[in-house]
Write a protein that binds this ligand. Structure first.
Ligand SMILES: NC(=O)c1ccc[n+]([C@@H]2O[C@H](COP(=O)([O-])OP(=O)(O)OC[C@H]3O[C@@H](n4cnc5c(N)ncnc54)[C@H](O)[C@@H]3O)[C@@H](O)[C@H]2O)c1
Ligand SMILES: [Zn+2]
Length: 378
């Protein structure tokens, strides 16, 4: 097991990463959150995740805390980040009799984590939340850093709060039931961390990533594969923790570096009507951002190619060719984003593998030029 601590304004909390941690969830929460035996705990999950993991999670509390309840979010996808589901969750919290000393446990992917975190931050002006992420994206990204949110009127994450968890428990065994495509798409975020901050992580993925996906495909995951997973998750978490600690509330511009590839990605996702999965959009977004960096003389061709090859090797896209997305739309979504950000289009640009900077004042012409290079669009 690996442990990484995050120091936040709401206190320090451990992020635990390891195989089989779910069966010790109760004792871990007891140990790290200091819950008394008469505490009330509400586990929030969805049907898919509950089928695999709710039983183990609940059993882990036996003899430790008696008052364990659970509730399941209805859709099992992004639709659960809604006002209606939030209201449902609040009601479940009231019905379970949660008090200020109680604890909500989010057992699932980023969707369960975001909505449960937000409900916990507002119920009785804030109760404890423990994040138990069960997707790769949630383990390396959404469960860490305290951002919680729901969507409103098709605006993603528009209502939310900063509410740091008391503990994060990432059981890598839970990733065993994830569809391979989800796995692959989330790898884009791991590559993102490597490029912006951790050259060694880049080398590790480069050396073993392909082999790992071969094992996944054959459904023959070895001990070596698990140890690879544990290492890349822990290194990704380290990057996120370091950046969040520098800029917890995103007021100093430092947390922005985590958005590498995302300015392009969000526009691509919107232009595709959200048919393009987030991870694939991030992969193409990183290709575009690296081209922009090279055009401006910030990145050398060798490192640009290294990133290109790794993204490709991991089975992620390096261009968009299906003709479903028009370049005009991509540009107009980027402009819309720009309006929201007071007229400034900002990009995170890599300087080399393992380091990136935030740049403003990039002209439409420069952006257009890189879009032209790789988007074979209408
Ligand atoms: N708070 C943050 O800082 C932050 C950061 C990044 C993303 N996010 C949010 O995270 C969400 C995406 O999260 P996600 O990618 O985890 O998607 P998700 O939560 O929708 O999960 C993807 C699918 O996998 C299923 N699933 C979850 N765990 C499983 C398992 N172990 N085995 C089998 N199936 C499983 C889920 O039921 C769901 O159908 C988005 O809403 C995004 O906005 C938040
Ligand atoms: Zn992302």
């Amino acid at each position: 097991m690996k442990r990484i601590d995050l120091h936040s304004s709401q206190g320090r909390y451990p992020i635990l990463i390891g195989a089989g941690l779910l069966s010790s969830l109760g004792p871990l929460i007891r140990k790290y959150c200091g819950l008394p035996a008469n505490s009330k705990v509400l586990i929030v999950s969805n049907r898919v995740v509950a089928k695999h993991y709710l039983g183990t999670a609940k059993r882990s509390f036996s003899k430790i805390i008696k008052n364990i309840r659970h509730c399941l979010l209805p859709f099992g996808d992004e639709r659960d980040k809604s006002e209606k589901v939030l209201r449902y969750l609040w009601k479940q919290m009231v019905k379970a009799g949660l008090e200020r000393t109680s604890c909500a446990v989010a057992l699932g992917g980023g969707v369960v984590g975001d909505v449960t975190g937000f409900a916990a931050s507002t119920y009785m002006r804030g109760i404890r939340v423990v994040q138990v992420p069960t997707t790769l994206l949630a383990q390396v990204d959404s469960a860490i850093g305290g951002k919680t949110a729901i969507d409103l009127l098709s605006a993603k994450n528009i209502i939310g709060s900063f509410h740091q968890p008391k503990l994060v428990v990432s059981d890598i065994n839970t990733l065993g039931t994830l569809p391979i495509e989800d796995f692959r798409n989330s790898f884009a975020e791991v590559i993102k961390y490597a490029v912006i901050y951790d050259q060694k992580l880049f080398e590790i993925i480069d050396a073993y990533g392909e082999q790992f996906f071969k094992s996944l495909k054959k459904e023959k995951i070895s001990r070596k594969d698990f140890s690879f997973l544990e290492i890349i998750i822990a290194r990704s978490v380290r990057v996120k923790v370091d950046v969040v600690e520098l800029d917890e509330f995103e007021t100093k511009g430092k947390r922005m570096v985590l958005n590498y590839g995302h300015t392009f990605a969000h526009a691509l996702e919107s232009a595709s009507g959200y048919k393009l999965p987030h991870g694939k959009a991030v992969a193409v977004g990183m290709i575009l951002a690296a081209k922009l960096a090279r055009r401006r003389g910030e990145l050398n061709v060798k490192d640009e190619m290294k990133q290109h090859q790794l993204i490709r090797k991991m089975g992620l896209p390096v261009s968009i060719t299906n003709g479903q997305i028009s370049r005009k739309q991509v540009l107009s979504f980027m402009k819309r984003d720009k309006k929201v950000r007071q007229g400034k289009l900002r990009f995170v640009l890599p300087r080399r593998i393992g380091s990136a900077v935030v740049r403003e004042g990039i002209s439409d012409e420069e952006v257009n030029s890189v879009l032209n290079q790789i988007l074979k669009l209408k």
